[in-house]
Design a protein around this ligand. Structure first.
Ligand code: ADP
Length: 318
């Protein structure tokens, strides 16, 4: 549905806002574009939505090159910018009629707007002035304008910024629901957001893609099985001495946790080694039952920080 090929964007000067970015998004996918502030997310969104030209490379939406045929490409996209373009002095219905005209939409108007309002649950406020709506409702009106014309692709830029926790959940549920019938790109710096909504995550830093994985596969990007939490039964001093003797083990730290009659230890292995087999052998020889092993730091948050950190170091050494 979306092909982005070798996209480069420089805003004058020498810095690259996007530096050879390529990715594909299939029909019906919900993809999260994640990155720290300044990573290049808005630049990518603005190119995809036809608001910004590229320095080189191309973006194709539904087979249409966005630079060659921007009008046709734009018709396939609904966009919710970070600041929703709503007019406070209009009622919801007036505003949506205005957007309908602006988009040159050809569906039967009142029926289409009623469907859109029902989809985002704003029918009950249709006659209210937008200025009198809560921020959560205003955001729904923003989503409604993106849905007018029934675009195949919907792009959300930081859709939950400034909302309260209940509104955040509602908007995320709504995005998930829209993802059933549309291709969705969700740009955010909030990890929990992509984690709860998206099937795939593209991580961008300094204008480069540093990961493009299914959410559950991201852990494998970092081949860094170095930190483990062990619950082991046995005399603490003897266990620590035994583990410290395992080849590749850098440190063993008793933790302030227990699991039944087992004490917990944080075991750190040297980079590039996996100490689990060695630990198993020693514990088995000395009769220290291992009740559990947990990899430490393979939650998405740690992975994200480690990936960004690694890419920062690579950028500095370039
Ligand atoms: P994000 O949306 O991930 O926060 P942006 O796409 O806004 O990142 O910015 C990427 C980089 O491009 C940043 O270094 C930013 O300072 C720079 N940038 C963005 N817009 C402009 C502009 N209009 N002129 C010059 N530099 C810009």
């Amino acid at each position: 549905m979306i092909q982005v090929e070798h996209l480069v964007k420089r805003y004058g000067g020498t810095a690259f806002a996007l530096d050879d970015v390529s990715f594909e998004i299939g029909e019906g996918e919900i993809v999260g574009l994640l990155g720290p502030n300044g990573a290049g997310k808005s630049t990518a969104m603005n190119i995809l939505t036809g608001y910004l030209s590229t320095t080189s490379g191309r973006a194709v939406i539904g087979g249409v090159d966005i630079l060659e045929n921007p009008l046709a490409a734009k018709k396939m996209i609904g966009y919710l910018p970070e600041q929703p373009p709503v007019y406070p002095d209009m009622t919801v219905t007036e505003y949506l009629r205005f957007v309908y005209e602006l988009k040159g939409c050809s569906f039967p108007r009142d029926r289409h707007l009623a469907d859109v309002m029902a989809a985002v649950k704003i029918t009950d406020v249709s006659q209210r002035l937008i200025r009198n709506l809560s921020k959560g409702y205003r955001q729904r009106v923003g989503i409604a304008q993106a849905l007018i014309g029934d675009p195949k692709v919907i792009i959300f830029d930081e859709p939950t910024v400034g909302l309260d926790p209940k509104q955040i959940l509602e908007i995320r549920n709504l995005i998930r629901k829209l993802g059933k019938a549309h291709t969705v790109i969700l740009s955010t710096h909030i990890l929990a957001e992509v984690q709860s909504v998206c099937e795939r995550i593209i991580i961008i830093n300094h204008g480069r893609i540093i990961a493009n994985e299914r959410a559950e596969d991201l852990a494998r990007v970092i081949e860094d099985n170095t930190h483990f939490r062990y619950a082991i039964v046995g005399d603490k001093t003897a266990v620590v001495a035994g583990l410290r003797g395992v080849q590749g083990v850098k440190s063993v730290t008793p933790m302030n946790e227990r699991e039944g009659d087992a004490a917990c230890y944080l075991v750190e292995g040297a980079r590039g080694t996996d100490v689990r087999r060695g630990v198993f052998r020693v514990c088995s020889e000395r009769n220290f039952p291992i009740l559990s092993i947990t990899t430490v730091g393979d939650d998405l948050e740690s992975i994200f920080i480690r990936l960004v950190d690694r890419s920062d170091k690579e950028t500095k050494s370039r």
